[in-house]
Design a protein around this ligand. Structure first.
Ligand code: AMP
Ligand code: ZN
Ligand code: FE
Ligand code: FE
Length: 280
């Protein structure tokens, strides 16, 4: 049986490994196919696609868009997005500018709390990536203000903490529409992380607006959560996807990439959906 991993971050956003390195890990872990799903960017796709060819690993071009709905953090994955479309680049660069402005506000808050961190330092850490809170966490760690990423989020960067700043609010509907418009397949990421009792109504609302799949398999979904969303996906005739959400952090010297052992059988319906979407 062959395995796949459909949720992976690279240095193009806030991951630790370059797209090339991700392919090398996927090869070592014997994966058949992977999807690169960086936050609000498609900049890592070409490198991954090219390297994937060399190693005979199928690379699905993807993206993960961060959105908000009624104060809930909702992430929408977009598979097979047309990364060559110029209007997609324009939309994404708009989102990334707002991330930059938000990071400046976070730094300002941290400075007011007495931390000597500069925007130049953050930009150095980000490199060519999409700026996000993990980069700011890294700066806090470098200064020994916190011991790890977890502490950075729990004490300062997480929602409701003293250096928290909301992202520019794009709605999940806007993300779904844009993904569809750019020939992608919109899938709700890690639904189990969205804590809300009325969540089923939100899922129905998203489906009515074009959502086509649910990320059922995710490291933060326990067995019951997985089962719950598997059943919802079946009930609403949604695609079932899954991935490790690998950011490159090492466990016993290896990234989590591929560790969910997701069966390749989930790839075929996703591919079919893409073809139906674009009408071929
Ligand atoms: P941002 O896109 O700037 O809002 O940052 C979100 C990213 O921060 C997520 O994709 C995770 O990589 C990371 N993150 C969010 N919450 C935590 C947490 N409590 N601990 C560690 N990393 C987190
Ligand atoms: Zn991330
Ligand atoms: Fe996410
Ligand atoms: Fe993610």
């Amino acid at each position: 049986m062959a395995f796949i991993d459909l949720h992976i971050h690279t240095t193009a956003s806030d991951g630790i490994f370059t797209p090339k390195e991700i392919i090398h890990w996927a090869y070592k872990k014997n994966l058949k196919a992977i999807a690169i799903t960086d936050h609000d960017t498609i900049d890592g796709l070409e490198e991954a696609l090219e390297e994937g060819k060399k190693y005979n690993i199928e690379v699905i071009p993807g993206i993960e868009i961060s959105t908000n709905y009624n104060n809930l953090e909702i992430h929408i994955l977009g598979y097979y997005i047309d990364y060559e479309d110029l209007s997609l680049h324009k939309w994404l660069s708009q989102i990334r500018i707002s991330r930059y402005i938000r990071a400046k506000k976070i730094i300002e808050k941290l400075n007011n709390l007495g931390f000597k961190i500069t925007m130049d330092e953050i930009i150095n850490i980000v490199g060519t990536g999409t700026i996000g809170r993990p980069h700011i966490a890294k700066a806090l760690i470098n200064h020994n203000y916190v011991k790890d990423k977890k502490e950075a989020f729990e004490k300062y960067l997480g929602k409701g903490k003293p250096a928290f700043v909301e992202r520019y609010k794009i709605t999940p509907i806007e993300a779904i529409k844009n993904i569809l418009h750019h020939k992608g397949v919109p899938v709700l990421a890690h639904p189990g992380l969205i804590n809300n009792n009325d969540f089923i109504f939100i899922i129905e609302y998203l489906i009515n607006n074009g959502l086509q799949g649910l990320e059922v398999f995710h490291p933060k979904h326990n067995y019951d959560v997985e089962k719950k969303y598997y059943n919802i996906a079946k009930k609403y005739n949604l695609l079932i996807t899954g991935g490790t959400d690998c950011h490159g952090d090492l466990i016993n010297g290896k990234p989590i990439l591929g560790n969910l052992n997701i069966n390749e059988k989930y790839l075929k319906p996703l591919k079919l959906r893409k073809r139906i979407n674009i009408g071929v």
